[in-house]
Design a binder for this molecule. Structure first.
Ligand SMILES: C[S@@+](CC[C@H](N)C(=O)[O-])C[C@H]1O[C@@H](n2cnc3c(N)ncnc32)[C@H](O)[C@@H]1O
Length: 218
């Protein structure tokens, strides 16, 4: 397995950019612009306390049973300000931590708040990591924004080492489709993950059953 190069010294002027030139559907680029504007106050949002924080804890609780190597490599896709990676670093202080997000200000906030992790400006659909380089890929409440969930999951399967784990949390509120979100049902998420070549280990509802957490393995 090729180990990922980790500079550990991220500066705002040197965001590693991996934005490809494919045409981004209007909806995705609009989402990313909104997240860009939200980045400075994102961590103060009431949603963090009520939803995101508890979802992050639940994801890490599921993983702690499985992840024994303290020096594992963890990638968070759609990392926002990197709160999930901050929580992961408490449980695995020696882990190599990476975050990816297409919203520039999210990435710069994440870098400021997480000096021990490396952040890259990139889409889930084109991950800037070598094949079989990650022990764990996480993604929390980002999946319904991806312009191609199929491509994103293929990328995650590519960067995971054999036996590596993928933990996905996303809401399943179908009404949100009315607002253009690409929300998927429990069965659709299963089918997409299996289609990317990963095996489902378990799925759990959480947060008034509005969030589905899926643990899968390569
Ligand atoms: C609701 S926020 C969640 C952030 C973080 N995962 C958390 O739990 O706090 C959704 C994030 O997904 C990112 N995002 C949107 N489209 C994406 C894509 N195609 N690939 C990766 N991330 C994307 C947004 O920029 C935003 O930071």
């Amino acid at each position: 397995m090729e180990r990922i190069k980790d500079s550990n010294c991220f500066s705002l002027g040197s965001i590693e950019r991996h934005m490809d030139n494919e045409i981004v559907p209007l909806r995705s680029s609009r989402d990313v612009k909104l997240f860009d504007q939200w980045a400075a106050t994102y961590d103060q949002s009431v949603l963090q306390r009520l939803l995101f924080g508890p979802v992050h804890s639940k994801m890490l609780d599921l993983l702690v049973r499985e992840l024994k190597d303290p020096r594992c490599c963890i990638i968070d896709v759609g990392c926002g300000t990197g709160r999930l990676l901050r929580a992961a670093s408490v449980r695995w202080p020696e882990a190599q931590l990476f975050g990816v997000d297409p919203a520039e200000h999210m990435v710069s906030e994440a870098s400021r708040l997480n000096p021990n992790a490396t952040f890259k400006l990139a889409w889930a659909e084109s991950l800037p990591f070598p094949d079989q380089s990650a022990d764990v890929v996480l993604s929390s409440l980002s999946f319904h924004h991806w312009r191609s969930q199929t491509k994103g999951l293929q990328e995650i399967a590519r960067v995971l080492r054999p036996g590596g784990l993928f933990c996905l949390a996303d809401h399943t509120i179908m009404l949100a489709r009315l607002f253009g979100e690409r929300v998927k049902s429990r069965n659709q998420i299963r089918a997409l993950i299996v289609g990317a070549g990963l095996a489902i280990r378990e799925q759990q509802r959480f947060g008034l059953r509005l969030v589905l957490i899926t643990l899968a393995q390569k």
